[in-house]
Design a protein around this ligand. Structure first.
Ligand code: PPS
Length: 332
């Protein structure tokens, strides 16, 4: 499956050495594509969605939250939604996926996947998310994990507000592993998952070019670049920063309310955002895990062997060659 650059993007079915083991990583995905110049790793059926996504009409008063997976997306989504809307209104109790849809979710699920296992109104069920997106009233809030090159082209002309969040790739890798066990039915080992991650052969990889393209755009007026670790350090400061970026005035009482509402403890209890309504894989390991798992900085220290830490270091230094990105290089 290959499209010429004239069609907009190059897509090649991945047939490399990890192809066989990768077919067991997700119950939704059997084959992967490498898409575009960054060779973004995406499910094979993404090909059917590419044009729809590229030509999606963007509105100036949209707010897009864009991240590599497991970087704090849900956390920032809830904060952004509460700043744009009335957080004490009944709508705030609606599932986040319905008030803040996940743009490309349908391209992550095989059309052959047995959807009878899903709730009828599950955003992963055929057509649901795309319909939610079409019907979303303005001002819309939309989540995406797509890299810059694959987001709707109009984002770069219309320039709606885009909040980008990154997180230490080592913590992302740990969180993404548990995500795969819980939500994708992954039954392989953590060590094997680390190999996939460092080879940039997990969905949405490569993470570094994902982060660096937004890092380079961080001074543009319609882009806000955040880090998960800064949110952990001082959420009140981030609440003020995001409010300022969105043009919303907040007093100190509202800041305190938002800090509490968006704390890990509160979000873990909040059914509208804790994603416990998602279908978990059937394994015992999956059933035991929570989407709101740990919410900490540096959990990689509890997971990566010394050898894996060295492999992360070499990979990071290589990916950051020529870049002024200053974080996540503390390998002492
Ligand atoms: S997803 O599936 O890609 O949209 O996941 P995402 O929301 O980006 O990331 C999930 C991780 O973010 C943690 N999380 C939080 N941490 C701190 N405070 C709050 N309020 C919060 N909400 C979500 C969540 O626990 C996942 O990280 P890990 O390390 O797995 O706990």
């Amino acid at each position: 499956m290959e499209k010429s650059p004239g069609d907009g993007v190059i897509m090649e079915l991945y047939k490399g050495p990890l192809a066989d083991s990768l077919s067991h990583v997700s119950m939704f995905i059997k084959e992967y594509l490498e898409v575009g110049h960054e060779r973004t790793f995406l499910p094979s059926f993404y090909a059917d969605w590419y044009s729809k996504y590229a030509s999606f009409p963007v509105q100036k008063d949209d707010t897009w939250v864009v991240t590599y997976p497991k970087s704090g997306t849900t956390w920032v989504q809830e904060l952004v939604w509460c700043l744009i809307n009335d957080p004490k209104s009944p709508e705030a109790e609606l599932e986040l996926m319905k008030r803040f849809p996940f743009f490309e979710i349908e391209s992550l699920i095989s059309p052959d996947f047995d959807k009878s296992l899903l709730r009828e109104d599950d955003p992963m069920n055929s057509g649901n998310s795309w319909r939610i997106l079409q019907e979303l009233p303005a001002p819309r809030s939309i989540k995406s994990h797509l890299p810059k090159a694959l987001l709707p082209e109009q984002i770069w002309q219309v320039k709606p507000k885009v909040v980008y969040v990154c997180r230490d790739p080592r913590d992302v890798c740990v969180s993404y592993y548990y995500h795969h066990v819980k939500l994708e039915g992954y039954a392989g080992t953590f060590n094997q998952f680390v190999d996939f991650f460092l080879a940039d052969k997990v969905t949405y990889s490569p993470i570094w070019s994902h982060i660096l393209t937004f890092w380079k755009m961080r001074h543009e007026e319609h882009i806000l670049f955040l880090r998960y670790e800064d949110m952990k350090k001082d959420l009140a400061a981030i609440v003020r920063q995001v409010a300022g970026f969105l043009g919303k005035e907040v007093d100190e009482e509202q800041v305190a309310w938002l800090v509490h509402h968006c704390s890990f403890g509160e979000m873990s209890k909040n059914l509208a955002v804790n994603n416990e309504t998602f279908m978990s894989a059937s394994s015992e390991a999956a059933q035991k895990l929570k989407f709101m798992r740990k919410g900490t900085v540096g959990d990689w220290k509890n997971h990566l062997t010394e050898e894996q830490q060295k492999a992360f270091q070499a990979w990071t230094l290589k990916c950051l060659e020529g870049s002024d990105f200053p974080y996540y290089q503390d390998y002492d």
